[in-house]
Design a protein around this ligand. Structure first.
Ligand code: 4AD
Ligand code: MG
Length: 430
């Protein structure tokens, strides 16, 4: 019976066939140990020369690091280690004998590993990161489905900017006009709320900003959510519920992966709503007390976020930023029109921004004024302005960066390990 290694706990004593890759091999004259990975898990096949035919023994001895193999045998419990299962081999087939594998046991630098990303993805640590990423994606879909959100796919080819014109990747559209790769599907799902009420999108977005930091990719996956009849306060509640749910699901379903990554799960267990809240003005005051020379109406930089998030044991919302440092579509705070009804959600332990969101300007005249102030092409934005003419309602939304969430939840240093094939300012390959 063909099976997956992850099913071994239920198959003790049974004869099974496993197909996978040898990630470690050792043999003496009479016994060979093949450590095998099949995508679902890891196991050790024990091949005793006297228990298998000659072809199988030869295949076991010939197996090199990363060769593909098929092993049939009986599932057994490891004699000493609780929860570990082995395969007592009765036959071994070598599917393809690997050439000398470039990634060895010794430490490699990040550039070498990234140049070999097509192979590095197989490393147990990278396997674990991809599985946590997958769990976050599924948890997100599940939470939205359970809370009456509809998935609406937004376009990637767009005629205009959503966040800021300097960050756009421009492409030539049939030699006739320019098009841009989407930075966020937000504006499009704002249109969809008048159809479906609450919705989200989830897809690749592109930022041409020239940032070489551990938090920036040029292509990353963003989830945007948008809700009709939800104001600033309700927006934050939805975000903290969603993020708490995601973290809980990863803790439940990815314990082995987090252990493999040596992630301390204690801080993650504290990620339960409600989260902390600081206004931007309060955050500035705290940073100044800590010796920063940040100005009253300045945006927070990465270092400022790190300082703040090291002070608290849960995610923090920073609310009501100065309008001047945020996007044109954010609604002004009625009690202080120099500020907007927004919040950035900062992940703890020094990680910083994982979500950006706000209540949206829903008044036609006010939004036209914003478009003009920001020197945006009014004609290209007419459809977006239209939404304020035909049944405009108070509404809010937010967007998370998937790789930022994976980085934090896995406890990694850099976002580049959290996407299968990272695109950075200085990296487009493989
Ligand atoms: O804060 P941002 O720019 O917000 C928006 O795009 C809104 N339109 C979202 C919305 O309200 N629907 O980006 C959202 C999130 C950030 O909080 C961050 O997690 C992530 O996207 N992000 C990046 N992740 C990796 N590399 C980059 N260059 C990123 N830029 C933003
Ligand atoms: Mg932001």
């Amino acid at each position: 019976m063909d099976t997956l290694i992850s099913k071994f706990p239920d198959l003790v004593g049974q004869a099974v066939t496993v197909k996978g890759w040898a990630y470690n091999v050792r043999s003496s004259g009479s016994i060979a140990f093949l450590q095998i990975r099949d995508g679902s898990g890891f196991t050790q096949a024990v091949v005793v020369k006297t228990n298998v035919d000659e072809a199988s023994w030869q295949a076991a001895v010939d197996t090199t690091l990363e060769s593909s193999v098929e092993v049939t045998g009986t599932v057994s419990k490891h004699p000493k280690q609780e929860g570990v299962y082995e395969l007592q081999a009765s036959s071994v087939k070598l599917i393809q004998k690997s050439e000398e594998y470039p990634i060895g046991k010794k430490e490699h630098g990040p550039d070498f590993l990234l140049d070999n990303r097509h192979l590095w993805l197989r490393a147990p640590s990278q396997w674990a990161v991809m599985r946590v990423r997958n769990e976050i994606i599924y948890a997100t879909y599940d939470w939205f489905r359970d809370h009456d959100f509809i998935k609406i796919d937004s376009p990637i080819l767009t005629p205009n900017a959503c966040e800021g014109t300097t960050e756009l990747f421009e492409i030539d559209y049939f030699g006739e006009r320019k098009a841009y790769l989407s930075q966020s599907g937000q504006l499009y799902i704002e249109a969809a709320i008048a159809s479906v009420g609450r919705c989200f999108d989830f897809g690749p977005v592109f930022r041409a900003e020239k940032s070489k930091t551990r938090r920036h990719l040029t292509e990353f996956w963003m989830m945007d959510a948008e809700m009709a009849f939800v104001e600033h306060e309700g927006n934050l509640k939805i975000q903290e519920e969603l993020v708490s749910f995601i973290v809980k699901r990863v803790l439940e379903n990815c314990a082995a992966e987090l252990k493999l990554l040596e992630r301390d799960v204690e801080p993650l267990k504290k990620v339960v709503a409600p989260f902390y809240r600081l206004t931007h003005a309060e955050a500035i005051r705290i940073l100044r007390e800590k010796g920063s020379d940040i100005g009253d109406m300045d945006d927070l930089g990465a270092d400022d976020e790190t300082t703040l998030t090291q002070m608290y044991d849960k995610p923090i919302f920073i609310e009501k930023y100065p309008a001047a440092v945020k996007a044109f579509y954010m609604k002004r705070d009625p009690s202080d029109p120099t500020r907007v009804l927004n919040a950035d959600l900062l992940a703890p332990e020094g990680y910083g921004e994982v979500i950006g969101g706000s209540q949206r300007e829903d008044d036609y005249e006010a939004l036209v004024a914003r478009v003009r102030e920001h020197n945006l092409p009014e004609k290209e934005f007419q459809w977006y302005l239209d939404l304020r003419k035909y049944g405009s309602v108070p509404h809010s939304g937010f967007g998370y960066g998937l790789e930022r969430l994976v980085t934090w939840i896995c406890g990694l240093h850099h976002v580049r390990e959290t996407i299968p094939f990272p695109r950075l300012m200085n990296r487009l390959e493989p």
